[in-house]
Ligand binder design. Sequence first.
Ligand SMILES: [Zn+2]
Length: 298
Amino acid sequence: MIRAGGIDLGGTKIEAQKFDAQWNEADRRRTETPNSYSALVAAVTDQVRWLQMDNPGLPVGIAAAGLANPGNGTWIAANLSANGMPFVLDVAKATGGQQTWLNDCRAFTQAEAVFGAGQSKGTMVGLVLGTGIAGGISIDGSLINDGEGQSGEFGHMPIAGAIIAEHNLPILKCGCGRLGCYETYGSGPGMERLAKHLTGRELTSHEIANGRTDTEISRIWEVWCDVNAALILTIVTTVDPRTIVLGGGLSQIPGLVGDLERALGRVAWSDLPLPSIRLGTRGETAAALGAAYAAYHV
Ligand SMILES: [Zn+2]
């Protein structure tokens, strides 16, 4: 028996997964993400049809970068050709049914809260560190996804003035159009900006992660950890989670959890207990699983 289907729509691939009654993956099908909007709608439609082929009416959840603008239904995502288009409506029309759409970092959070490292009573936060920074908030396994869907856009909160002042950092314009968002320094490209500012060197985040025996590079890493620790403290003062589950490419950097915990000790303003920081355990399938779970529980 297939319980629900999930689609992880990324910048390079569209992966559909079927989940059985125990929420184990039963089958998957991967296609490339096309560059044009009409081809993208057709490719997502094709994946929905594959999921429902032997399972008519199967709930389908779609995890995608960005979010729908509730005012006019258009999709907001810089790295998809659906940006500014009525994506949700066009896929519904093409498939003749409704799907459940979730931001991919919210879907990651949902999967980790129910099936992964965030399973517990109380408040849990998912934090995805990659080319951008975003996540989600879950209470007792239920994702906060009401309102306009913006809860979890942590990367676009303003960076703490103390970090800017301590390291004499310039206040940068973010991809969202505003100034001084956390992700301008806390993301992968942000780490590279820190390297340029602190040392004048052009280094990739990969080179920084692997070169930490070098004193100068270890300093870049320390400041980057301080930026993300300040972000975590901002989240703590807002929802006080018991657990923070990390995802995204940068979460794979060895020693990250311990170094972030040490940075939290440096930037914390009190000796109150801090949340437990853990790595996600659902791997690359988390987004599709979280979206499928959300679709089943609509
Ligand atoms: Zn921003």
